[in-house]
Design a protein around this ligand. Sequence first.
Ligand code: SF4
Length: 332
Amino acid sequence: MDNILEVKNLCVSFETFFGEVEAVRDISFSLKRGTTLAIVGESGCGKSVTANSIMQLLQSPPAVYKQGEIIFEGEDLLKKSENEMVEIRGNNISMVFQDPMTSLNPTMNVGKQIVEGVKSHKNISAKEGHELAIEMLRKVSVPQPESRVKQYPHEFSGGMRQRVMIAIAMAANPQLLIADEPTTALDVTVQAQILNLMKDLKEQMGTSIILITHDLGVVADMSDYILVMYAGQIVEQGTIDQIFSNPKHPYTQKLLQAVPRLTMDKKESLHSIPGTPPDLFKPPAGCAFFDRCHKAMVICEENMPEFQDHGEGHCSRCWLNHPSYVEYGGEK
Ligand code: SF4
């Protein structure tokens, strides 16, 4: 299976009045065609900056692409002009944003919003546009699409608005869909419906998906691969099975413990990760998770761990997994 997207050594910073914030620090990953990759991590870890970098939606300045490449279908998006990116956005790569309440235009009916992006890339008549909008609403399981196509966002519930957002993103049949926390603003039952809908659309239309989330619970059923980010870096990546059944990085292990389980004892409290991520104005020289890690060793504070390969694409960035672990003061 070939890669539709390859991100290589990407570094993105923001230049602010107080100094440079190193939001994304030398990340590399790839996305296989027709698969779903989940990018997981807590707020501020760089996952949305990564997504917005692929779409080239970051305003520059203050954003600065310090180094790296974002290869989509063999071409580097960082070398594209704004006019070229306008052609790619919506047509080849689409994005579903977190909050459907604020992402839709309240003054335009949903039918017009669904075809607006398609019209900017293709010459279609008003009748074809109307039919496409109905077909897309039907695809995302909005009931009575013929009448609802003329309605405005305020006439839809939160879950239905997110379905409309997905219809807008999928209308031009893009090769890549980026969903940035698509279910965060929704209640759990609607969350499951939206995730199932994205899964079905992926199968029907063959779209590759990047799913950005802070919640490992939502990715298990939806994704093929997971990439765990912390403090602007990738700390672990692998398949769903590898990450869920054999997490290697202490941060991934803690994230998994923080997912609520049905089998939890009533007296058992939810796990949390004490402390806060480091200040990215001045990222630490060593492991960024050092201050919060219950397994930290002396070497971790000053020395950045390299990626260790665990086989079949599973790798993590932790000294515990280094072949010389014992020498560094750890126990086997
Ligand atoms: Fe913990 Fe050290 Fe591994 Fe970082 S490198 S996660 S501090 S054990």
